[in-house]
Design a binder for this molecule. Structure first.
Ligand code: TRP
Length: 341
């Protein structure tokens, strides 16, 4: 007899500010492809959140909804296994966030370490958009609206999950039962992929990222400009593997770990040139990205299909998020025209 087991619920998402890159792939996309078989997975195209620091460029946010959706389909997120939905088309998320704001202090928002970093990076100084300061609360709404227990995200998002759970506990205390569920961040063990310069994480704005749709030539150029060991001048010199971007990428993407270990040993001893290691990495990346690029091209020729995926995913998500809002409205004892109270 077939037993239908209850799959744990995953909610995750991406801001729609640009096509996704290899850092997203290593940090979350490939996890999602694996997890969709064992979990009930929802992925949010977070266009409303993207607006919180891009209000001067709504066109960028709008056009990248489809770009990110194409990336999802290209890497193998399967719409039969994963619900892909558009954040701004889910009004219950905004309604929940509105309620949640009453359970958070401004001081707590200002203490969120990710928000602090981002305020600095974006140079907001005193002119912080209130929507930006409050986006962790909106993200708490995203996560809890789906009753997600697992949130696969990069390390920088851990404070968001912590803040979500504080809100969950406060609301449940107020309501007097476990209406919302506590979520756990699932952070990849591989750590964060460095950019080509080795100094920062891969980031499009820093110009050291490679998109998932990169051409073979772009892939080659990206590998060629990777930072290695500046003191490793001749192939015969001993080299340093730590902080060497090429090895960081081999660790992340070459599935033959034993032979990567051998390469590292040879590099340390001396006798292995940067060019040889770079060619090997290039082969790995060409092989990884070729099917992704081809699938993306194929799907982008059928935008009708992509829109259907988004429509049906969003409509499924609308029902779920609306029902969480209704439950919370009743749980808090707010007035309801539909009910008897
Ligand atoms: N903040 C996430 C990012 O910067 C995107 C996001 C929006 C998200 N809502 C989410 C991630 C809910 C996890 C869960 O990429």
């Amino acid at each position: 007899m077939l037993v239908e087991t209850v799959r744990p619920i995953i909610l995750t998402g991406d801001r729609t500010t640009g096509p996704l890159h290899l850092g997203h792939y290593a940090g979350s996309l490939r996890n999602r492809v694996a997890l969709q078989r064992t979990h009930r997975q929802f992925v949010l195209l977070a266009d409303a959140q993207a607006l919180t620091d891009n209000i001067d460029d709504p066109e960028k946010v709008r056009s990248n909804v489809l770009e990110v959706a194409l990336d999802y389909l290209a890497v193998g997120i399967d719409p039969d296994e994963t619900t892909i939905c558009v954040q701004s088309a889910l009004p219950a998320l905004a309604e929940l966030a509105q309620l949640y704001l009453n359970f958070v202090s401004v001081a707590r928002l200002e203490r969120n370490p990710t928000i602090k970093d981002e305020i600095q990076m974006r140079g907001f100084e005193r002119d912080i958009p209130a929507g930006f300061l409050c986006y962790p609360v909106a993200q708490a709404a995203d996560i809890t609206a789906f009753k997600a227990t697992v949130v696969p995200v990069g390390l920088d998002q851990a404070p968001m999950i912590e803040q979500t759970n504080e809100i969950v506990r406060r609301i449940n205390r107020q309501v007097g039962r476990e209406l919302l569920v506590v979520a756990k961040a699932l952070i990849p063990s591989t750590g964060r992929l460095p950019g080509a310069d080795g100094k920062t994480k891969m980031s499009k704005s820093q110009g050291n990222a490679i998109s998932l749709s990169a051409s073979p030539n772009e892939i080659r150029a990206f590998v060629n400009r990777m930072y290695t060991d500046p003191n490793h001048l001749r192939a015969s010199d001993p080299g340093v593997v730590e902080g060497n971007v090429v090895f960081a990428y081999l660790d992340a993407f070459d599935t033959d770990h034993a032979s990567v270990d051998e390469l590292k040993a040879r590099y340390r001893r001396g006798g292995l040139g940067d060019v040889t290691v770079k060619r090997r990495l290039e082969d790995v990346l060409q092989e990884l990205l070729k099917p992704i690029r081809e699938r993306r091209q194929a799907v982008s020729n059928d935008l009708g299909y992509v829109l259907d995926v988004l429509r049906s995913g969003t409509s499924r998500a609308r029902a779920i998020t609306q029902s969480t809002f209704d439950e919370l409205r009743d749980g808090l004892g707010l007035f309801s025209l539909a009910g008897t109270r």
